[in-house]
Design a protein around this ligand. Sequence first.
Ligand SMILES: *[C@@H]1O[C@H](CO)[C@@H](O)[C@H](O)[C@H]1NC(C)=O
Ligand SMILES: *[C@@H]1O[C@H](CO)[C@@H](O)[C@H](O)[C@H]1NC(C)=O
Ligand SMILES: *[C@@H]1O[C@H](CO)[C@@H](O)[C@H](O)[C@H]1NC(C)=O
Length: 439
Amino acid sequence: MKFKFPVHLLLMKLIPASVAVHQVKNYHVSTLAEASPVLSFAGPSAIKVPFTSYIDQKRIFDRPGNSATPSEASSSTQLVPSEQTTSSTSKPNVIPFADLNKRYQQYISGTLANSSRKCSAKNVRHRRSWAKLSDDDRKSYLNSVHCLHNGISSKFTQVPGAKFRADDLTTHHIISGGIYVFTGFMLPFHRWMIQVYEDMLRDECDYKGAIPFWDFSEHTGDITKDPIFSGNSTSMGGNGAPVPRGHGWVELDYLSGKKSVPPGSGGSCLFNPPFRTITYEGGVTSWDAISFRDRCLTRDLNTWAGQLLNIAHVEYDLSCTNIGCLQERLNGAQPGYPYLLNLMNSVRFSVGGLQLDPFAAPTDPIYYLAAANIDRLWAIWQAQEPNVRVNQTGGTHRPMGMGGAVKPSDIMIMLTPGTLRPVSDFSSTIDGTLCYCYE
Ligand SMILES: *[C@@H]1O[C@H](CO)[C@@H](O)[C@H](O)[C@H]1NC(C)=O
Ligand SMILES: *[C@@H]1O[C@H](CO)[C@@H](O)[C@H](O)[C@H]1NC(C)=O
Ligand SMILES: *[C@@H]1O[C@H](CO)[C@@H](O)[C@H](O)[C@H]1NC(C)=O
């Protein structure tokens, strides 16, 4: 389709023209069918993004009744792949998460005790776990989320698909996805994006707190039982309604890796509060996307994938001693990299539905709470050796190790509110323009 969107020109300045054109030409994402979001990736217009998607879903198995079990799925119940724990090149120095977090809390409180700092204990925003919020706090968060996702209008008048204000950030995520995923920008870019979302909630929707995080490692025994998805009026919504007759397995196939993921237990629209279909519509979808599509919010809570979010997996990732390693483990895409279901992909599969749309995923408000948890893990990792790790950058400008190395002075763009800022602005959560911590 013809793609006319002025801001795209800005992006052209930041990435080689050949890459940008390539993305526009090759990016076809099929419509998310309301009843069966996973299957909607199959067919002639299935996702064709060679290296810009989190997950290149080449093929979907449609197995009514799921009688046949792809062999890899059944063998991959191992929660940290054996290639990693036994690899002679990696020397895991795994520290219990509680100890890592303790050190992080000490670093934060020690640093912020200095009241002459611009960011100190006096003004720092505390991001808290959803599980620890009172119902009143949850209500005020949810009210502001409704305002942003389903109340105030988009400011991107030139994007037909952007209906509500939250769609503006989703649009940006769609447009810039190829630049900020699988690259050295991944962590700082998302740190920025979450901050913009939090600021929108506060400045435009009267929210008084900080964005909560979803500590997704708390209920890995069965993610469908995580209270955050209880589906009552103070939850982040429930599971999607079950798809009649099931919807088959998804085969992940990128580079040298292959994995089959069994279906979850939902798949269709959310009918429970607070994001029930009737009042909740997500507009903007990926590329063909920039046009409007009424659709419901879909989820497919996946017990199998949820187990991959266990704390051993998190500890394994955090045992990295440099940022390149950490980014690879969180969202790796190196050729030959064994960890197809890395932590970020595992989050996407655990929630399923719209989260499997690599770029339009922020339509679902749970996206930001999961992203905040990834940001928290990065902050905790940084605090273990702040003098070395806070200002460290790693990875490259383009996916798969292409382009030059990302430097602190490299410029990133945020279309909402329309600013350019260096990577170094997002190195620390308590320096420069940022001032928040995780409880
Ligand atoms: C406290 O912060 C100020 C301003 O950043 C700095 O100049 C000073 O050295 C800090 N004091 C200590 C004890 O770290
Ligand atoms: C919703 O469920 C959660 C988890 O069980 C609980 O903490 C919360 O109080 C419930 N909210 C309401 C309004 O009942
Ligand atoms: C990171 O670099 C900035 C300057 O760009 C400096 O002000 C800050 O102290 C550094 N942070 C750490 C923890 O070294």
